[in-house]
Design a protein around this ligand. Sequence first.
Ligand code: M6R
Length: 619
Amino acid sequence: MCGIVGYVGSAVASNRPLDVVLEGLARLEYRGYDSAGVAVAGPDGMKVAKKAGRLDNLRGELAEHPLPAGEAAIGHTRWATHGGPTDANAHPHVSYDGRVAVVHNGIIENFQQLRAELADHGVTPVSQTDTEVAAHQLALEMSHGGTLLEAMCRLASRLEGSFTFVALDRDDPHAIVAARRNSPLVVGLGEGENYLGSDVAAFVGQTRHAMELGQDQIVQVTPDSVRVVDFKGNEQTGRRFEVDWDVNAAVKGGYDTFMDKEIHEAPTAVAETLRGRTTPDGGLQLDEMRISEAVLRSVDKIIVVACGTAAYAGHVAKYAIEHWCRIPVEVELAHEFRYRDPVVNEKTLVVAISQSGETMDTLMAIRHAREQGSKVLAIVNTHGSTIARESDAVLYTHAGPEVAVASTKAFIAQITACYLLGLYLAELRGNKYVDEIATYLDELGKMPDRIEEVLGLESDVRELARSMSDVTSVLFLGRHVGYPVALEGALKLKELAYIHAEGFAAGELKHGPIALIEPGLPVFVIVPTPRRPLLHSKVISNLQEVRARGARTIAIAEEGDSEAASYADTIFWVPRTTPTLMMPLVTVVPLQIFASELARVKGYDVDKPRNLAKSVTVE
Ligand code: M6R
């Protein structure tokens, strides 16, 4: 939540700082779009422009009132926490003496106390934000002497909560200084210029050389140097890495929306996630496996912690891992985990799933798990992210950057990674023979083509969505691995089309929700393969039950499933012979397309649904 960009270069009085920061903000807007603002410092002092609403509003403001050229700039795109989305609450916030401008991501939990202290100095904030309070406090620290870096060390030590702060000093535009605790910040390394960003998208148009920062660290960036210290000022070393995608990965590439593009990238996301995971002897290898094989063999329980779509990927993982490895798997919403005193110990493997690798709820859950002695394995899409860094092992999904707020290809890549993990554990623990694993891997290798086939349904699914532009409620039913797909279908519709939608385990319907069925209510049913007759027949019964009560039934079923066809008003086929456990990779695709089209028909912003942000870095 909230996107932060910083730039410092050696050219004096240049427009480049502002240009780079605005470009970075455009790429980070998915992190929040309540307001946007920039500050530029140079020979003419420091100037700020900020506007409520989308980045375009800020661009309009800058067109009317241009900022002078400078040497350094910072920028911010906001997801509101303290105070509404107004011009006054937009970042950057400038200190009472005009000396420093600050942008911030996170929540300062002791801001009331810090605000009260300001009164003793005769300083009255003009906004409702916690950030402005910190800007004034930083200026007060500077008034005691020393550099911006030293003042930041003193301030950061006094702050509670989560924060990435980036500060610009009017009197020294050759450096920007940033502090981080629990919120993301990466450094981009250029030649004669350097960058800061909430994630690499902020500067990937400029450089692919980057540095990640650790917890409770402060960085001072000048055109030619990057200095990292802890909150006490002790020198630290940041870890360098190369960004493995280029700027073209984060453009729409001819599609109307990022979401549409990302739906179409699912086959590649699966292929990339599988690539390089097999060893010459037919075994499996994960990326950063810092958990010994002995520990993995001793695991007696797995708990998946994740939020939203990632948690639904975890539900799919439960079916696959329990079936292949015979280890009990629990799936827990990360924000519930640490508050319920979970039973975890050194024999528990906690699997954290997160596209961004920055979701605060998930981060807090893994910290809790590690404190209890559990090992944590992260399935993450974003290199250099906090969850990846703080986990004992990492299995990266190589889905590429996901820009649309609604997760699509990342979900599919997460499920793929979960299969890999399940097969890895099955091999390691001797639950499956190597040739059995090879058969599953072979099937996984066919999934990109199967997804491509389902993408061929696109125009039919969009037509269906257009015919439903006035629906007010939609239900989704599934059983076994179809159940998390139903949950995901409902989530997509809620977040994109703002329609009441619910996903149910199909068998649960008769225990209450069937009362919701009324003539014409659209009900999507995820039908399992007829090759699993017991499972299939139960879902067919559920399909009949809702149809008998007048529901408009839409089935996602295996090609040639005549029973499903006879009870469905509309049917979308997925390829025959897809293994049962791998069905979610194909059945979810029509639901993603459906939600995207319904949002478009209703005139909503498909990539940036209201009230949401891509990366949820507050609890
Ligand atoms: O970055 P993460 O995967 O940790 O994000 C988790 C959820 O916030 C995310 O999946 C969210 O539910 C999406 N907006 C769903 O489309």
